[in-house]
Ligand binder design. Structure first.
Ligand code: GTP
Ligand code: MG
Length: 372
């Protein structure tokens, strides 16, 4: 029987020493806490004294049968303990790392299998949101994919392009609705007066048409002056109308004109009272073409509500402005889900008369493609 004491820092250290010196069959007989001598007793360190015993004769064959003095770990043993502790910590770290790698690989495999690894419906939906498509258009795209029995793995940008092409071809209308008397209505600041100036300039200067301008916008300070400035530059007359009943008379006074452009006050689509007031003006006129001017910068929800609410007044055509101020051309298609009226013009800057053109499908498509 060999009995040996070990004063060690922890049980792990003790186990390593016992195993090394007494072999695998050694048993721990006792364990107690002891204090190491410290500096003035202040820095006393807590240690453990472990007593171990074994039946087996030790390696050196001394056959010691008495309780030995506490064994303080030898330098090489300390090193070995430190190495083994480090190794053990490294093993734990390695295991953790392996676990992390396993879960990352697992996720990657799942992603590759799932649609998001390619261009899932969720990614395409996000693209459509960024392009400012209304939720109705996005839902229609999802329906389109279902009808084509496309699995989520098949949904990618080319499918979106295919869908946009299809809806564009079938739903979007472009047409210059013309009209001798034309009025321009729409929300505030969308470019009604500027669009009138652009169109009137082109008609007067390029097509040599006789033009008459009328404004019913006596609400906004400076509105009449704004139109007068354009009229003076073009050398065309302007009439200001203060009440609905006076409008037919003003139009009558322009009976010698080829074209009459009527400017109106910008009205929020949310103000039904103001929309009705505007309607009361337009009801006075016959054979008038009403152009709803809407800005591409308007976010889709307000854009489609504008179209919806202006239906109460009624309009013949759309003019889309401020193409130069946005990268999201979703409103082109959004419009077609809420009205069957065509788009007549698109405006792409502040310059009068240059920044306007007749709406063409190719041009409009390009604005959408730009995003896809
Ligand atoms: N970037 C850009 N600005 C435009 C466009 N059309 C008009 N604008 C500018 O938008 C601002 C408002 O234009 P207006 O023509 O006064 O707009 P409006 O609809 O008549 O405004 P209200 O009469 O106040 O309702 C002006 O600074 C115009 O120069 C366009 O296509 N692109
Ligand atoms: Mg105006």
């Amino acid at each position: 029987m060999i009995i040996k004491n070990y004063v060690v820092n922890d049980m792990y250290e003790a186990m390593v020493l016992i195993k090394k010196e007494l072999g695998n069959d050694a048993v721990i007989v006792s364990k107690r806490e002891v204090r190491q001598r410290g500096f003035w007793g202040v820095f006393k360190k807590k240690m453990i004294e472990v007593t171990a015993a074994t039946e087996v004769v030790s390696q050196n064959g001394s056959g010691i049968t008495k309780r030995t003095t506490p064994s303080v770990p030898q330098h090489d043993v300390i090193q070995e303990v430190a190495v083994q502790q480090q190794e053990s910590k490294a093993t734990v770290d390695l295991k953790e790392e392996m676990q992390q790698i396993k879960s990352i690989v697992q996720k990657l495999v799942e992603r590759a299998d799932s649609p998001s690894g390619k261009e899932s419906m969720e990614t395409i939906r996000q693209t459509m949101v960024e392009m400012d498509f209304h939720s109705v258009v996005i839902e229609d795209f999802e329906k389109y994919c279902k009808e084509k029995s496309l699995s989520s793995n098949d949904i990618n940008k080319s499918i979106l392009c295919e869908f946009l092409n299809d809806r564009f071809e079938n739903n979007v209308r472009v047409e210059d609705v013309g009209g001798r008397i034309r009025t321009f209505i729409g929300p505030t600041g969308v470019g009604k007066t500027t669009t009138i100036a652009k169109l009137a300039s082109n008609e007067a200067l390029v097509n040599q048409k006789k033009i008459g301008l009328i404004t019913i916008d006596t609400y906004r300070i400076g509105a009449v002056e704004q139109l007068r400035i354009y009229a003076n530059i073009l050398g065309v007359p302007v009439k200001v109308v203060f009440s609905p009943e006076d409008l037919p008379e003003a139009i009558e006074q322009f009976k010698d004109k080829d074209l009459i452009f009527i400017d109106s006050t910008g009205r929020s689509h949310r103000n039904i009272h103001q929309l009705n007031e505007l309607k009361s003006y337009l009801e006075q006129c016959e054979n008038i073409k009403i152009y709803l001017v809407a800005s591409m910068v308007t976010k889709n929800i307000d854009f489609v509500r504008t179209i919806d609410n202006y239906k109460k007044i009624g309009f013949d055509s759309l003019i889309l402005t401020k193409f130069d101020e946005t990268y999201s051309a979703g409103n082109i298609l959004n419009a077609s889900y809420f009205t069957d009226k065509p788009i007549s013009y698109l405006c792409k800057g502040q310059v009068v008369p240059d920044d306007i053109e007749n709406a063409k499908k190719e041009t409009l498509l390009k604005y959408i493609w730009g995003e896809v």
